[in-house]
Design a protein around this ligand. Sequence first.
Ligand code: ATP
Length: 322
Amino acid sequence: MKKIGVLTSGGDAPGMNACIRAVVRCAARYKLEVIGIQRGYYGLLEKDFIGLTPRSVANTIQRGGTFLGSARCEEMKTEEGINKAVQVLRKEGIEGLIPIGGDGTFRGVVALAKAGDIKVIGIPATIDNDVYGTDYAIGFDTAVNTALEAIDKIRDTAGSLQRLFFVEVMGRDRGFIALDVGIAGGAEDILIPETKTEIEQLCLNIRRNFKKGKKSNIVVVAEGDEAGGVFQVAQQVWERLRLDYRVCVLGHIQRGGSPTARDRILASKLGAAAVDALAEDKSGFMVGELSGEIALTPLEETCTKRKRMDGSLLQLVKVLAT
Ligand code: ATP
């Protein structure tokens, strides 16, 4: 193998740049030429390429977002799109591809590997952390810490005014961010899509908390909670308790910012592991980290299997909110 491509796809995540850097610098060890594919699969179809060298990725490890750009590309979901991508890669002499993204990105690359003779190794990067085969995806730790900083500030004002706050964090399908932020921020309750939200029980808890002398009440709500999102949850509570409340939607600030040390280290390890795997002629795997060890999981499994959530953390929230 002489030439490989790297792209970032789906939602951007802090640490993607650190990962591209690791791919490029590790590839230099194997004398592999690296092509940066800009704007994800969209750029692949459009041949939006730049050559990457160890020097051209200097000063990127600390930067959020992705300097290659990302995109959502509907054409890749079609047979024509996949065939076009295979032709482009073949013509450019790109023999190996490293897509950095979430499970949607991996669905695309699985289809690509089936249609052509390209070798592929995926790297999980999504703030949602909802990828099977890795304990943590690149970007999750930074997003949790960003949300946590906001919650700590909200706690100051909530405590001063004895207020009830509903804080929405990202997580359309899964509640990994909400769970970690809730535990670390000392939330009184956490509402996530994986469990049924009982509004009556929530109201009971809120009333009890104030009766116990708690100065503030913070309920962390994942944006995809099945009770209908933070505004609907707050409204339903208000209808029952008539308690003054505030809603804070953290939104896209959770995506941005300089990656934490943990995300930079994870990105560096996984970027290097992906290149090692390609150099060893492996293909069709995602490199992840399980219990501190690098683990290869078939990409097909990452698209079909659901990542397990540590339910005991939800019980812990209840105990610690006493
Ligand atoms: P995030 O978790 O941050 O949203 P993701 O990788 O899951 O990241 P998606 O938007 O689901 O993000 O997918 C990214 C891109 O991958 C899509 O825009 C599309 O180009 C490609 N893709 C997704 N699903 C498929 C599929 N079934 N077949 C081919 N390509 C796909």
